[in-house]
Design a protein around this ligand. Structure first.
Ligand SMILES: Nc1ncnc2c1ncn2[C@@H]1O[C@H](COP(=O)(O)OP(=O)(O)O)[C@@H](O)[C@H]1O
Ligand SMILES: [Mg+2]
Length: 235
């Protein structure tokens, strides 16, 4: 079953009087249960693609079709994605409210998921700025999945974390994926991370998809010069 279809997507940023192209003719799809990696160097347009798909960036043309409601996003910097004015309990119950879950069930579901992502119940009354980076990313992941979205777009969700914490957060994300059954567009500039968790990979260079393949096949036999260069640089 299809979760997302993107066809001929181009996007621009305007600075002063120039409208600069950032994405050019991007086409791909994502099926149910898949973890699709999007890898490319910094500035290649990965975040712009994520933001365009979720309607956070508006200057684009092409076609984006969502087959599930309320796709969610996890950002690299949970400082910015978590609202500093609200407690964790609010952060976790708000998506349930937005999804129409009755008030009586919200608190219980939020507390259960808080526990599931490895955070103590006392933290429910705390604010994001009182947490460590890893704890904040656990909350950001919990908030993204709590209303059971069909699609989670994770934009460099572990890039700001220590390697040990990275591994824990990736494991958590993949465990929750299995339990909740969402599909994931997973963005990273780090091929090691992509290799660990993705079923299939899109390689982006200069705003275009230059290669697409199953993860094993891509790593075994990269075709595009840019992908070869990326793999060599990662060794
Ligand atoms: N808000 C913005 N205004 C103008 N240009 C931007 C903006 N955000 C990103 N860009 C430019 O768009 C290009 C792609 O950026 P981005 O999508 O953030 O790439 P990535 O996520 O792969 O690092 C870069 O050249 C970047 O400088
Ligand atoms: Mg980015």
């Amino acid at each position: 079953m299809r979760i997302l279809e993107v066809e001929g997507l181009s996007a621009w940023y305007t600075q002063g009087r120039t409208r600069q192209p950032v994405l050019q003719d991007v086409t791909f799809c994502l099926d149910r249960g898949e973890v699709l990696g999007l890898v490319g160097e910094s500035g290649s347009g990965k975040s712009t693609l994520a933001r365009s798909i979720l309607g956070l960036h508006r200057d684009w043309e092409g076609r984006v079709r969502h087959y599930t409601p309320r796709p969610q996003m996890i950002f690299q910097d949970p400082y910015r994605s978590l609202n500093p004015a609200h407690t964790l309990l609010w952060t976790l119950t708000e998506p349930l409210r937005a999804a129409g879950v009755p008030a009586a069930q919200r608190r219980e579901r939020a507390m259960a998921l808080l526990d599931r992502v490895g955070l103590a119940p006392e933290l429910a009354r705390r604010y994001p700025q009182e947490l460590s980076g890893g704890q904040r990313q656990r909350v950001a992941i919990a908030a993204a999945v709590i209303a059971r979205p069909g699609l989670v777009v994770a934009d460099e969700p572990v890039s700001a974390l220590d390697v040990t914490v990275q591994r824990q957060i990736l494991e958590l994300l993949m465990d929750l994926k299995r339990e909740y059954g969402f599909s994931c567009l997973f963005i990273s500039h780090d091929l090691g991370v992509i290799y660990q968790i993705c079923d299939r990979v899109l390689v982006m260079d200069g705003g275009r998809i230059v290669e697409e393949n199953d993860t094993d096949a891509l790593f075994a036999a990269p075709k595009h010069p840019f992908t070869k260069k990326l793999l060599e640089a990662a060794e």
